[in-house]
Design a binder for this molecule. Structure first.
Ligand SMILES: [Zn+2]
Length: 481
């Protein structure tokens, strides 16, 4: 009778095969073979395989390929489903397969496989996307990291701006034309270079999704170690949580309960989304205001001005550099300023000629020509207080003497009325004007225009009604003219 093979450990393991499927980081599947097995092989003997998961005996299988086939088919399935280029299987415990020749083999391929499935974890290479020290997404590879960054940058500007930014070469940019704007840089603040990790394919997300999470931020459940005298309210404030969320997470705690120092509570930490910074520059054309120079003019009345030489605005161009973070301007600077046209000074003459506000005592004719159409005295059952002048060469009403305007405006039957005080006891009144050209307080010169003759107020036709007062008493204009 042939003796049964001894326990597997007595075999001399001459060959250790690692199953290497295309491009895979491999695996803890170890194959063991018997040295010179073919020579000793007896035709009556059958070959079976003992499977060990770590130190544990999982059972015997008939087909040495059972496990390998399952692993390969599982990999294909996952690679297809998640569109992966690489996938490795990690078995929690090292799998050892030991062949044995026996007369009758009792094998349980299905059961052994079920057992192995539980310890098998399929993992793919990935890039871990971090926000505030936490992995918030996994993408397949560097290409997808680039896609993700591109999506984030794109989100910060308009479609056209991005297209132009994309086209522009990375070297020295051509000079900007007037009014031209361009984006010189789009960067993502605090972006941490993704680490190479291995994750279950189920955890992978698209570049779009990863970009969204980075921009919008995320929430992270954590444990918080209670400091001395720290209250629940303080913890809720610290993490900016909703009170009900805190108590949902920490169901065993009561409101106002005192917390023991060093005890732990569950909290949700807000991970702020990343900010995108956009640098823009614009060639701005801007006018330069001209300066005004004043020169004195002794022939011009004091308070009057006259433009001697018209000023002209100049023009300058500069490049405005603007930095925006999340669409909000954070800084602005100018560079390459160039004056394309110098401004020209405006020269203004300013009158210095003083007008005495004291009258000469001799009143001048208050109009240009004309005749007296009505004298002072009784008229239509009333007393006519002044004289009426009409038929003048033009409508200009003139101040009868130097003086100061006391009032200028509408006054009942007088219509538009100007009162001048000549500072020598005499006051003159001009009525029915169609336009008034002086203001109260203004000093006027003898003969200076006060406005235009008209027929405002109680008036029959265009004329000037002229009154004279001496020391507050009505006087007859004819005594002065
Ligand atoms: Zn009158």
């Amino acid at each position: 009778m042939r003796k049964k093979n001894k326990a597997p450990q007595s075999y001399q393991f001459s060959k250790t095969l690692k199953l290497a499927a295309a491009g895979i980081l491999l695996s803890s599947l170890v194959w063991m073979d018997q040295a010179g097995a073919a020579n000793d092989m007896d035709a009556d003997l059958k070959l079976m395989y003992h499977v060990y998961s770590g130190d544990e005996y999982a059972g015997a299988i008939e087909d040495e390929q059972t496990l390998n086939k399952w692993i390969e088919s599982q990999k294909e399935k996952l690679k297809d489903k998640y569109d992966l280029s690489s996938l490795a299987v990690n078995l929690k415990d090292e799998l050892t397969i030991v062949p044995e020749k026996v007369f009758s083999a009792e094998t349980h391929d299905e059961e052994v496989l079920e057992q192995i499935k539980e310890s098998a974890a399929f993992e793919t290479e990935a890039k871990a996307i971090e926000l505030d020290g936490e992995s918030i997404a996994y993408v397949r590879n560097e290409e997808e990291v680039k896609d993700m960054l591109r999506i984030m940058k794109k989100s910060a500007v308009s479609i056209n701006e991005f297209a132009a930014y994309d086209r522009q070469s990375t070297g020295t940019l051509p000079d900007l034309k007037t009014d031209e704007t361009r984006i010189t840089d789009i960067s993502i603040e605090d972006f941490k270079k993704p680490a190479d990790v291995k994750v279950e394919p189920e955890k992978l997300v698209s570049a779009e999704k990863a970009a969204e999470r980075l921009l919008e931020g995320s929430e992270q459940e954590e444990t918080h170690k209670v400091a001395e005298d720290e209250t629940i309210e303080q913890i809720i404030d610290k993490y900016d949580m909703k009170e009900e969320t805190f108590f949902e997470l920490n169901g065993d705690l009561e409101k106002d309960e005192e917390l023991a120092p060093d005890s732990e509570v569950k909290v949700i930490r807000q991970l702020e989304g990343l900010e995108v910074t956009v640098k823009k520059e614009k060639r701005v054309k801007e006018s330069i205001a001209f300066e005004e120079e004043t020169v004195e003019d002794a022939d011009l009345l004091k308070g009057k001005t006259r433009v001697e030489k018209e000023g002209k605005e100049g023009e300058r161009e500069y490049t405005l550099k603007v930095v925006e973070t999340n669409g909000k301007e954070v800084s602005q600077s100018k560079k390459d300023e160039k004056v394309t046209e110098k401004p020209q000074k405006q020269i203004v003459a300013e009158g210095t000629k003083e007008i005495p506000s004291r009258g000469t005592g001799e009143l001048g004719w208050p109009a240009n020509g004309g005749t007296i159409t009505s004298h002072q005295g009784p008229r239509w059952g009333k007393h006519h207080k002044g004289i009426d002048i009409a038929g003048t060469d033009n409508l200009t009403i003139k101040s009868a003497d130097n003086g100061k305007v006391v009032s200028a405006g509408m006054d009942g039957d007088y219509g538009n009325k100007v009162v001048i005080d000549h500072n020598n006891g005499i006051r003159t009144i001009y009525a029915h004007l169609s336009e008034i050209h002086v203001e109260p307080g203004q000093v006027v010169e003898k003969g200076e225009s006060l406005g235009l003759m008209g027929e405002t107020g109680f008036s029959t036709g265009v004329h000037l009604h002229f009154e004279v007062y001496s020391n507050g008493k009505l006087a007859n204009p004819m005594d002065y003219l």
